[in-house]
Design a protein around this ligand. Structure first.
Ligand SMILES: [Zn+2]
Ligand SMILES: [Zn+2]
Length: 333
């Protein structure tokens, strides 16, 4: 195990933890529903047709919704919200108990910032704000899933032969790159003094983030990210599985790097969980999410010899020692 690994008793419990985070991540925004809808459109249509009479009789506005391409909207949104909340709160509580309560006396073994904890007020703040955003997000997912299943115009395709294997394989890194791009640049933009103070500072209340911090941000910021991430559905042909798996990976990793728990990088492109934890700790650096690529390119990766703080804007910190010209980046891989 590397220096940033957490001292679990065995690999099995670490694996179970990763899987749990992955499922927690899929719960956010109800993406599990989008996954089912994208990959099981035909089956789902048959299923809904057979149960149509019963389900539609419960809703007066069924005809109106059908006319606008949102037939059975109530089913999608209700399931998205219910399952999202049960999973989000259920698994969130499990991690809370396992690490933050049962191992509270040995934080140096597992916590990114062993000497720093959220105040009770901020714990409730991130839980409440995160839950509100998740509610809005899962309703949006319900709408999107419903729109797609009702044949609404979109660019997701299901058969690889539609565009061929080369297009399919190239689209994987391309979409990953796009998702990172629409995370890094808007995030960095939100770190200009005015936007930071008026919008993004809400997310930076959590100096030592936990799982719930992942979606706890100003609703305007949350919706903007959701819009950018949903854009490929309507603009560029993407295989449904590629779109959904990359999106889910983003949420999974978002949970990992907000967890406050030390975790090594699993994949070559993936930084350790300290990468984003340091963003919360040092404020204006490490703006990326899934890779350090953009931060390295723009020089906004945290440097060991620079000073950072809430009032040190610009992303590059201040040179600690004027004689020290060399930039030494912190290692996150
Ligand atoms: Zn930030
Ligand atoms: Zn964050």
């Amino acid at each position: 195990m590397g220096t940033t690994s957490w001292n679990m008793q065995d690999a099995a419990s670490k694996g179970a933890f990763m899987v749990s985070v992955f499922f927690l991540a899929t719960a956010v925004r109800g993406d599990w529903l989008l996954f089912i809808v994208c990959l099981g459109q035909d089956y789902l249509r048959d299923f809904l047709q057979t149960t149509d009479a019963t389900l539609n009789s419960t809703l007066q506005s069924g005809d109106l919704l059908e006319r606008y391409g949102f037939k059975d909207l109530h089913i999608y949104t209700t399931f998205a919200v219910l399952v999202s909340f049960c999973t989000f709160w259920g698994i969130g509580l499990t991690f809370d108990t396992y690490f933050y309560k049962n191992r509270k006396d040995k934080p140096e073994e597992w916590k990114c910032q062993p000497d720093r904890w959220l105040t009770k007020t901020n714990e409730w703040h991130e839980f409440f704000l995160g839950s509100c955003n998740m509610l809005v997000g899962s309703i949006i997912s319900g709408f999107l899933s419903c729109y797609i299943i009702n044949g609404g115009k979109n660019q997701l395709y299901l058969s690889i032969s539609d565009y061929g294997w080369i297009y399919f394989l190239m689209s994987i890194p391309a979409l990953f790159f796009y998702n990172e791009m629409v995370s890094y640049y808007p995030h960095r933009f939100f770190h200009n003094p005015w936007l930071y103070k008026n919008i993004h500072k809400v997310h930076h209340r959590y100096g030592s983030p936990t799982l719930y911090s992942t979606v706890a941000m100003h609703p305007a910021e949350f919706l903007m990210y959701q819009m950018f991430l949903a854009l490929p559905i309507f603009t560029v042909p993407v295989h449904a599985a590629v779109y959904v798996v990359i999106l889910l990976y983003g949420y999974y990793y978002g949970m990992m790097d907000h967890s406050g728990i030390k975790m090594d990088a699993v994949w070559p492109w993936q930084p350790s969980s300290l990468f984003h934890d340091d963003h919360h700790r040092y404020f204006h650096c490490n703006f990326g999410f899934n890779t350090i690529l953009f931060d390295r390119f723009h020089g906004t990766l945290r440097r060991k010899n620079h000073k950072y703080g809430e009032k040190v804007f610009g992303g590059k910190g201040k040179a600690d020692d004027s004689k020290e010209k060399e930039s030494v980046y912190h290692q996150y891989l």
